[in-house]
Design a protein around this ligand. Sequence first.
Ligand SMILES: Cc1ncc(C[n+]2csc(CCOP(=O)(O)OP(=O)(O)O)c2C)c(N)n1
Ligand SMILES: [Mg+2]
Length: 333
Amino acid sequence: MALEREKHLAERSLLTLSEGELLELYRLMSLIRRFEDRVAEMYTRGKITGFCHLYAGEEAVAVGAIHALYDKDYVISTYREHGHCLAKGASPDKVMAELFGKATGVSHGRGGSMHLFEGERRFMGGYAIVGGGLPLAAGLGLSIHYKEEPEIVCCFFGDGALPQGAFHETLNLCSLWKLPVVFICENNFYGMGTLTQRAICRPELYRFAEPYNMPGVRVDGMEVLEVYSAVVEAAARAREGHGPSLIEAVTYRFRGHSMSDPGEYRSKREERLWQERDPIKRFRRRLGERKISSAVLDRIDRDVDAMVDDAVRFADESPEPPLSDLAKHVYVD
Ligand SMILES: Cc1ncc(C[n+]2csc(CCOP(=O)(O)OP(=O)(O)O)c2C)c(N)n1
Ligand SMILES: [Mg+2]
């Protein structure tokens, strides 16, 4: 599925990344999976309400891509953004507290699941409007370009954003002005219950890069190192002033579109086939090739479990935002 060159680069990353970095990639994917599992549980128990879209199955995309960035680079995402926010280094305590609507949350309890924002980590938000992050990414890129700063922007969006005018306008302008943006389309084959091929006129989404005069590649979004390698290249290109790139990461969400979607439009067989490609299990096997033992990985899983337990406790015990703060943190001062 992915282009041969991307596979080759991923092989090289397995050899060249340090053991510490490989373990960090594993830790973050494990953290996101366990975090999302607990979010589902807390939602069912009524601790989290409102719209809530989980990222389980897609962890390799956020983790691989964000590992290829510097801390100061910007990330902007969609309403399925818990994973991106955690991969960008936000505290699980503060993300969970946001989902609980508590004052200690990353958005002070004002945003909830779809509107995480962590300015200090340069995580520039989740957005409920499909395609809503794309023009904002162009704005961030323009600001960096104007101020001659060294950072870049990494913009995640779903396949559902491709037919939007905002996608086309943004790619055109970013290419024309050579803005430092890496566009990552998370193609999980569905926009809510609609198959991509029923909504978009061509199946190879990365080829939408061509009319906008930028490189486009497709990577296996269930292989963290493939995503990482592709973003390393695209980020270098953006940073050197050569403009944006489009990366299509082919992936799959393991749960329904949102917590209220039983996902009846997908066959059990299809779901099982993708479960077999679970990015975390696959990466465990790859780490075996680097002689990293499963005992080490099991220990990471246990540490992550404890961290997520702490996050739930922190969120549960945190205060609600007081009524006196109702108008605070809503607009920038
Ligand atoms: C402009 C706009 N139109 C419609 C919706 C309703 N809506 C919410 S999610 C969604 C599907 C988006 O799918 P995709 O971009 O593939 O992201 P995924 O959920 O698969 O991660 C739609 C149509 C919306 N939020 N915004
Ligand atoms: Mg989709």
